[in-house]
Design a protein around this ligand. Sequence first.
Ligand code: ZN
Length: 279
Amino acid sequence: MRDLSNDTRLLSLNAATVRQRWDLKQIIDGCARHGIGGIAPWRDQIAECGLDEAAKRIRHAGLRVSGVCRGGMFPAIDSEGRKKNIEDNIRAIDEAVALAAECLVLVVGGLPDGSRDLSDAHCQIEDGIANVLDHARANAMPLAIEPLHPMYAADRACVNTLKHALDICDRLGEGIGVAIDVYHVWWDPDLEVQIARAGRGGRILAFHVCDWLVPTTDMLLDRGMMGDGIIDIRKIRNWVETAGFDGQCEVEIFSAENWWKRNPDEVLRTCIERHQSVV
Ligand code: ZN
């Protein structure tokens, strides 16, 4: 297992973590100032900054791009909607390529409006990924399915376990893998086995960290800083690294009532301290 006790280069900052107070330019500068090794920007932040400008600034700051957030959201109520979603994913792949990202993260989508047909949504997701996979392969941009916690199955992603994500990867072949986010998968009794399976297939493309607070007061915007909750993050990192993952640990915290309200420099200092002592 890698020793992170003095490390900042294997830390990547998901740009959502400080998005309320800083724009992307400020986040890039902040990462560089604190010696953080990577960044994972969101597409709305990239658009606001300008794709070329964002790419240039990230390169000049010497940051790796541990992932671009996000593609996915494939299911739609009609074929027109599905086509639009495919086109949007093609654009997302191109943006990730322009940023020299290590993967494009896919939050695959949930039930289309008004639908109760979960298996249809699963089919639409797999079809959608299959439709963009050739473009991703041609551009050497790995797609990373991020299984989300089941509480998001209806509206964000109805791929909720690592096993389900890996089953899809196995059916689709090369050029696709998984983003393992401790927040979404910590509860899964099958996690260790599935992480080992992902490693054997060379499928682990990203590792995201934050913590699960007890109680959690908001389904989306109450994630904890590493060490403040109940996830054994180091144990999961050990599994992931034993499975062969050697990329960055990406901190991704949505926290409307706590971390988003703080001074971003303080947030970055805390991320580094917890990366070194908890992750
Ligand atoms: Zn994540």
